[in-house]
Design a protein around this ligand. Structure first.
Ligand SMILES: [Zn+2]
Length: 468
């Protein structure tokens, strides 16, 4: 591609009209359509078994309710103030309750050995002897245990000092992959986290509790990963797919944020991840017109900004078996500190480092691994989802020399636009280097792997077996 082409792609993808490409919006769908139509025009194939380039990713928006109450004796607890409701909806009514004492948790049965909880509401304490993060992570397991014993609901009492912050965190709307009750992190019972100070001691003399409150509200919707395949030229490596990944979604607008400017409220995401989308389109074009030895899967993911959801969905429903996916080269961007280099998160962790470096140097860009602080971004993009599955997966990103520098100046700001100060010349060389890296890896004589001693090599053995 030339300068005019990369400019046109970036200016379209980051245009105000796409409204920040937030999942669940038309702008997000238009971006997906734009990518798929370009894949089609290059001759990128629809994956066999799929109707088109769209892999539907099933999402849900969850909102804890802000009304409803729990009554214990004379104490009335209000949803969203005194407690947060995070599980399913209980039947309205009066229930017997029973305390499961944390001090008896070493009874060999999680505190349940000597209590009869069937058909009752369990009152427990939230995270005794645990830090808050561990206690939060453990909710699902504690709910499951309560459900297995036949309980009607689980109420946990929070005794810490951060109730307001914790409540605010738990009350926020969230987007996640749609979950059915069979998934481990889905509460399958009404669950309430109650602020301890809001319950008077006397309340516990009552032996019933009244629940009149909803569970967490869910709204189901979907967005799409865009995926296509480019066959390779060498039959001997026809089951060694190289995955090229860039997320195309962004974070929408700030219209709902208090104090947001009415002049510029659109998060255009020109850098994050317009740059990656242009690099992906550019590589798809180059590899379609002149294929490499190995086949390529082109994957534009959605809902990365919501917690790497599109890539997680892909892992659960890969279009070719993961064990046939030998490498995932991700491209994601925050911004750039200069126009003379590229940062590769995980550069020296895979045996493809030499090809990636060669590709950058071909276009006059210095390939940098970056400081350990910069390398910590390795876990912050879609590559991490693939990496955790064992697939060697670095992220190609415009140069970040510091986390406090220019590279993050526009990060998740309405100013992340492709305006006059944007270097399209750098964008062109960056996308060329990305395409070249993809080509060199796909043409390589040897199959790329994690380097010896890398912590993710173990997962790799599990995925690929004795190929290592
Ligand atoms: Zn990003």
């Amino acid at each position: 591609m030339d300068l005019a082409q990369v400019r046109r792609h970036l200016r379209f993808i980051s245009s105000d009209e796409l409204g920040g490409r937030m999942v669940g919006t038309l702008g997000n769908q238009v971006a997906a359509r734009y990518i798929s139509e370009h894949l089609h025009s290059f001759g990128v194939q629809v994956v066999s078994g799929m109707n088109d380039y769209f892999q539907e990713v099933f999402l849900e928006l969850t909102d804890p309710p802000e009304d409803g109450f729990i009554q214990i004796g004379a104490t009335v607890l209000r949803a969203g103030t005194d407690f947060v409701s995070l599980g399913t909806t209980p039947e309205i009514g009066s229930y017997q309750w029973v305390k499961v004492f944390p001090e008896s948790r070493d009874d060999g049965d999680g505190g349940y050995r000597h209590v009869q909880v069937d058909q009752k509401v369990i009152i427990g304490s939230f995270g005794t002897g645990q830090d808050q993060a561990t206690a939060l992570k453990g909710i699902a397991a504690r709910v499951r245990r309560a459900a297995e014993r036949g309980a009607k609901a689980l109420i946990e009492i929070y005794q810490g000092e951060n109730w307001d912050r914790l409540k605010q965190y738990l009350m926020r709307s969230r987007i996640r992959l749609q979950q059915d009750g069979s998934l481990p992190n889905t509460p399958t019972l009404p669950y309430f986290l109650v602020y301890g100070d809001s319950v008077e001691e006397a309340a516990w003399r009552e032996d019933t509790i009244i629940l009149d409150v909803q569970g967490v509200k869910k709204k189901k919707f979907s967005s799409s990963n865009v995926v296509g395949v480019i066959p390779g030229t060498d039959k001997s490596v026809s089951r060694e797919f190289v995955l090229l990944v860039a997320h195309y979604d962004h974070i929408g607008t700030s219209l709902l944020l208090p104090g947001a400017s009415q002049d510029d409220y659109i998060f255009n995401g020109a850098r994050d991840n317009g740059i990656g989308v242009v690099a992906l389109i550019s590589a798809a074009r180059s590899l379609s017109y002149r294929p490499a030895r190995r086949p390529i899967i082109v994957l534009a993911t959605t809902a990365e900004e919501q917690g790497l959801l599109g890539s997680q969905y892909y892992i659960s429903a890969p279009v070719v078996p993961l064990k046939d996916t030998i490498f995932a080269l991700n491209v994601d961007a925050a911004g750039f500190d200069s126009t003379d280099a590229v940062t590769i998160l995980g550069l020296n962790r895979t045996t493809a480092a030499s090809q990636i470096k060669e590709a950058c140097l071909q276009y006059g860009l210095e390939p940098l691994a970056g400081s350990s602080e910069v390398q910590s971004l390795f876990t912050r993009s879609d590559n991490f989802v693939f990496a955790k599955s064992g697939i060697p997966s670095p992220t190609f990103t415009p140069v970040i020399r510091s986390l406090n520098g220019k590279a993050f100046q526009h990060y998740h700001q309405p100013s992340d636009e492709a305006g006059d100060d944007f270097s399209f010349e750098y964008l062109l060389r960056f996308t060329q280097a990305f395409s070249a890296a993809a080509r060199l890896i796909a043409n390589s004589d040897t199959t790329p792997r994690w380097v010896l001693g890398d912590p993710l090599r173990k997962r790799s053995f599990e995925l690929y077996g004795d190929l290592n």
